[in-house]
Design a protein around this ligand. Structure first.
Ligand code: C5P
Length: 303
């Protein structure tokens, strides 16, 4: 019998170092090529498991989040209880720090963290293929959060492969306080804006160059759509590059724009230049896969 029935853990955000949308698929989703990178900006969760009929409750602090089943963390807990046929009550305390609708994958990361926590507290393991299939049903980028570090994402973004990691870098992120939902952003990517066949292999070329100290400047196909909807974001990207970023880009379908810096003080200076009313500016660092190692990646305390 386990003495502990609760665990506290972090759910790290991600950035997309490049994101190419190749075309619309028969299932309505879009075929992607992307490179994910975990960063240190994180939501903090505490997950409790108690005896009782299967039920999930959510308590929150920090940035406002959707309540109940509208929240992916709740649906993730329900999905894992059902998958394992577990008769338990799950309580999730979520301190939200990653802005929603930002392209930082916060709700997907929360979902992955809840699944890991429930498995850990119930003393259960799931084969990787079943776990990743469950994650992919919850959202296209949920599987990435079981891998972390730097990874290639293909298909809907749910098929992930580890890539060689680079030394620690610093990221400056600006959230403009507004966002466009992912489905709308994909709809607005009209055919002429989709990656042309001639650029399809950019990411494959990049994968061949990893480990050679080259920072990708792959581009993000959502930039024209999101930059035209939110004036000022293109200027944020230019400001980050002028401040010495080795690359700057929109992440996911936005609306966060980030820059990557080799030097922490340079990142802080760039962040100071960006601060403005109505926008949130964060400085974070890259988090490697090694830092997220099993048995329970991201655990900060276990009671
Ligand atoms: O999978 P996820 O829930 O994150 O996707 C949200 C929405 O974004 C989908 O319903 C779909 O409209 C769009 N999407 C897409 N192609 C992808 C991923 C997401 O069209 N590869």
């Amino acid at each position: 019998m386990r003495s502990s029935n609760s665990v506290a853990l972090k759910a790290y955000a991600k950035i997309n170092l490049g994101l190419r949308v190749i075309g619309r698929r028969r299932d309505g989703f879009h075929e992607l090529r992307t490179i994910y990178q975990t960063i240190s900006l994180a939501d903090h969760l505490e997950v409790r498991l108690a005896a009782g009929p299967p039920a999930v409750s959510l308590e929150t602090a920090g940035i406002e989040v959707p309540p109940g089943r509208q929240n992916l963390a709740v649906r993730a807990a329900e999905a894992v209880l059902q998958e394992l046929n577990l008769r338990r009550k799950v309580t999730v305390f979520l301190r939200k720090r990653i802005p929603s609708g930002s392209g930082l994958g916060g709700s997907s990361s929360d979902a992955a963290a809840v699944i890991r926590a429930v498995l850990h507290l119930a003393g259960k393991k799931m084969p990787a293929d079943r776990l990743l299939a469950l994650a992919a049903r919850l959202g296209s980028d949920v599987p990435f959060f079981f891998l972390g570090g730097r990874a290639l994402g293909i298909g809907r973004g749910e098929e992930v492969y580890p890539l060689q990691e680079e030394p620690r870098r610093y990221c400056v992120l600006l959230y403009p306080g507004r966002s466009m939902d992912t489905a709308t952003a994909f709809r607005r990517l009209r055919a002429p804006l989709l990656t042309s066949p001639s650029t399809r292999h950019t990411i494959e070329l990049f994968c061949g160059s990893v480990g050679k100290g080259i920072w990708p400047r792959l581009g993000n196909d959502f930039e024209p759509v999101v930059f035209s909807a939110f004036r000022g974001l293109a200027a944020v990207k230019r400001s980050l590059l002028r401040s010495g970023a080795v690359m700057a880009s929109l992440t996911g379908s936005g609306s966060v724009v980030f820059g990557v810096f080799e030097d922490y003080s340079q990142a802080q200076t760039a962040a100071r230049r960006l601060r403005r009313p109505g926008a949130d500016v964060f400085v974070a660092r890259t988090v490697s896969r090694r830092e997220l190692q099993d048995p329970l990646p991201g655990i900060v305390t276990a009671k």
